[in-house]
Design a protein around this ligand. Structure first.
Ligand code: NI
Length: 184
């Protein structure tokens, strides 16, 4: 089932998401819907707050970057109760976008390496390191669990320049190929 995606200005995007219990109802179905929604919207990641659920769950698919980074081939998975433990390495600048902020793409810097603890869809606990594009995708989705959007990381000047565009998104003045939920 395709889920509508919440856009900029909606309060759920600003909440700190919560861990879910092991017996969270219908998790399989929810993950399936998340993957399907991400695929349909051509996203490389989707976090639960973006579909209106303030829980620490996100899905990623790095296959679109397999040419730029062979490590990304087959990188398609769900992160449950995700907690980044450490960020390290160089700051790398990449052009970023977000399904909740349609039409806006800006360069921004993120650390190149992370260490993350999470549970997989079978309830198994993991602690793993990621780098490069994988770490970049994870950090973007992880920000959603912390109530942070990529535009928050931009300079004050850049934010000022984007203010009207962001306002227009919250008013529904934008084009998207997927179903959305507006703030009001
Ligand atoms: Ni996003």
């Amino acid at each position: 089932m395709l889920l509508p995606i919440v856009v900029y200005g909606h309060p759920v995007l600003r909440k700190i998401a919560e861990d879910i219990p092991a017996d969270f109802p219908d998790l399989d179905k929810f993950l399936k819907d998340m993957f399907q929604t991400m695929d349909e919207a051509d996203g490389v990641g989707l976090a639960a707050p973006q579909v209106g659920k303030s829980i620490r769950v996100f899905v990623v698919d790095g296959n679109a970057f397999a040419e730029a980074d062979p490590e990304c081939a087959g990188f398609r998975k769900a992160f449950i109760n995700a907690h980044i433990i450490e960020r390290s390495g160089e700051e790398i600048s990449r052009n970023e976008g977000c399904l909740s902020i349609p039409g806006i793409h800006e360069d921004m810097k993120r650390k190149d390496k992370i260490r993350i603890a999470y549970r997989d869809e079978n309830g198994k606990e993991h602690e793993e390191e990621y780098e490069g594009i994988k770490a970049w995708i994870i950090q973007h989705e992880y920000d959603h669990l912390e109530g942070i959007l990529f535009t928050d990381h931009l300079s004050t000047l850049k934010k000022r320049l984007l203010r009207n565009k962001l306002n227009n998104i919250s008013l529904g003045k934008f084009k998207a190929t997927y179903r959305v939920i507006l703030p009001k």
